[in-house]
Design a binder for this molecule. Structure first.
Ligand SMILES: N[C@@H](CCC(=O)N[C@@H](CS)C(=O)NCC(=O)O)C(=O)O
Length: 233
């Protein structure tokens, strides 16, 4: 059966998994999770209530972006989305995914924590935003150095690392931390290239609930009722 990706709105890091699934081109379905609402049943797939989460093709629940992206990459080796485990290229991809998650995602996360604080917690917001800006500036600067010497984050073509990148790099401006074009022109250029990709355009349309034209294997949204037998299995 086709895998199902649970993606989160607003602007979840699951965006990258949607892009990667589109690039993969194999059938898949989506289930939308509004991260500011309760989602009964979702805890059976994602005990921490976090997105992305997946029901794999063989029916297992799988959480954590890196695990999901590697699952997609392993099915897309022929398309260059990933590399054979044990190869130098695999290690480079694995390294880049870990960097994007443990360094870029986590430092920008301070900005999301500031966003979620009560409106009148001015000191808390200011502290967290300062941390987010300082720490993620270093993370972006390093990545910009990578992109100064390469068209893609890993190797000479797009991989799941670029898919993951576009879902989280956008937070730099979403959270009003940076003017990406002037402060990180190399990052901005890579983002602009990816923003023109049909899979990225599709993922935005899905998040924004606009008409979404899949050039991959999207087979529609699945309701939680439809998924019940697979969740219970
Ligand atoms: N380590 C997890 C973190 C995922 C994560 O932080 N997801 C956020 C959206 S980007 C989320 O679901 N937040 C809602 C919550 O934590 O309740 C992963 O990489 O998949």
């Amino acid at each position: 059966m086709e895998p199902v990706l649970f993606y989160g709105v607003p602007h979840g890091c699951s965006f990258g998994s949607i892009v990667a699934l589109e690039w993969l081109g194999l059938p898949y379905r989506l289930h939308r999770i509004d991260m500011v609402e309760d989602s009964p049943g979702f805890e059976k797939i994602s005990p921490l209530g976090q997105t992305p989460a997946m029901i794999t093709a063989d029916g297992r629940p799988l959480t954590e972006s890196l695990a999901i992206l590697h699952n997609i990459a392993a099915r897309g080796l022929d398309k260059g989305l990933g590399f054979a485990q044990g190869s130098k290229a695999f290690d480079e991809l694995n390294w880049m995914l870990a960097y994007l998650h443990t360094t870029l995602h986590s430092t920008l996360g301070y900005g999301w924590n500031a966003y979620k604080l009560a409106d009148d917690d001015h000191a808390g917001k200011a502290f967290l935003r300062k941390l987010a800006r300082e720490k993620s500036a270093n993370a972006f600067a390093y990545l910009q150095g990578v992109l100064d010497n390469s068209e893609w984050l890993v190797g000479d073509h797009r991989t799941v690392a670029d898919a993951y990148f576009i879902g989280i790099a956008r937070w730099g401006s979403d959270l009003d931390l940076f003017d990406m074009a002037s402060e990180f022109p190399g990052i901005h250029k890579h983002m602009a290239k990816l923003e023109a990709d049909p899979a990225v355009i599709f993922a935005h349309a899905i998040e924004d609930e606009r008409d979404a034209i899949s050039s991959g294997g999207f087979r529609g949204h699945a309701t939680i009722e439809e998924l019940e037998p697979r969740i219970a299995a």
